[in-house]
Design a protein around this ligand. Structure first.
Ligand SMILES: [Fe+2]
Ligand SMILES: [Fe+2]
Length: 276
């Protein structure tokens, strides 16, 4: 069931322990965005965008929780399980950073979410297949896509607060993306040909969900005027046409090509459907 996306904060010992685990959030230059210097249109779009980032980061908490459970169930190497468990606190801190960015710009906007359908829960025959699919969808696709596109946004952002917010998030995201490759090093030699082929189908399915970003960018992001676009860039957002190009390039360079080198591929027809 859909409900408004809201975050609660407890304070006290919960906050103390979380801060100890992720102390850098407090050192960001909070309170430095002078909202009177931006147009209402730019602020509204940036508030909406950071709200959506917060939702996506919350989804990443749910997704890595599923990955972690599947790794445990399939008895993946303990150090890899330990590495992945650390990502949950990373993603929680990203939710906090994105939420505080939205507040800095005037407050979050209302967005409805269905937490029961938030993370992918594959119905596969066994834990190993579930782990393969989840790592592929979460680390190799979702994290690579989010990290790759955010790197370009970060490069163009001129305001210090969103720059540092991106920097903090991206530092963690690079480990979240790397985890997929590390897992595959361990898992690939245990897979039969059929499973590798199935992962190709999973890859196509996962890519279909990001393809609208370059296939029909207008549906994903409305186009503001040039002045608003400049302001949005300063606050960390690429114009929709630039984002579309970046998204396509990131998917080909950081997802499709590296996975093809280990045998996880999409067919020529699927490639044409996505990129043609
Ligand atoms: Fe994240
Ligand atoms: Fe992440």
């Amino acid at each position: 069931m859909k409900a408004p996306f809201e975050i609660e904060w407890m304070g006290g010992p919960a906050e103390h322990c979380f801060r100890k685990a992720r102390p850098s959030t407090e050192s960001l230059p909070w309170g430095t965005v002078d909202t009177s210097k931006f147009s209402a249109a730019a602020l509204d779009m940036a508030r909406a965008s950071w709200t959506e980032v917060a939702i996506n980061e919350y989804r990443a908490v749910a997704s890595f929780a599923e990955v972690l459970r599947a790794l445990v169930d399939t008895k993946a190497p303990l150090d890899l399980i330990g590495m992945t468990s650390d990502f949950l606190a990373d993603e929680c801190s990203h939710v906090e950073i994105a939420s505080r960015m939205a507040m800095e710009l005037g407050g979050a906007v209302e967005r409805m979410v269905d937490l029961d359908r938030f993370a992918v829960r594959p119905r596969t025959a066994n834990a190993f297949q579930r782990a393969n699919e989840l790592v592929l969808r979460v680390s190799c696709v979702a994290e690579a896509f989010a990290g790759g596109t955010a790197t370009v946004s970060y490069g163009r952002t001129t305001h210090e607060l969103p720059r540092q917010a991106y920097e903090t998030i991206l530092r963690d995201e690079s480990r979240h993306r790397r985890m997929g490759g590390i897992y595959l090093e361990w898992a690939l030699e245990k897979m039969d040909e059929k499973e590798v082929e199935r992962l190709g189908d999973v890859l196509f399915d996962a890519l279909k969900s990001v393809a609208p970003f370059w296939k029909s960018p207008s549906k994903k992001r409305s186009a503001p005027d040039a002045a608003t676009q400049d302001e949005l860039q300063a606050l960390g957002w690429l114009p929709s046409s630039t984002f579309a190009e970046v998204a396509r390039e990131v998917v080909l360079r950081d997802i499709v090509e590296p996975l093809a080198t280990v045998g996880i591929t999409i067919s020529e027809e699927e490639r044409a459907h996505l990129f043609g």
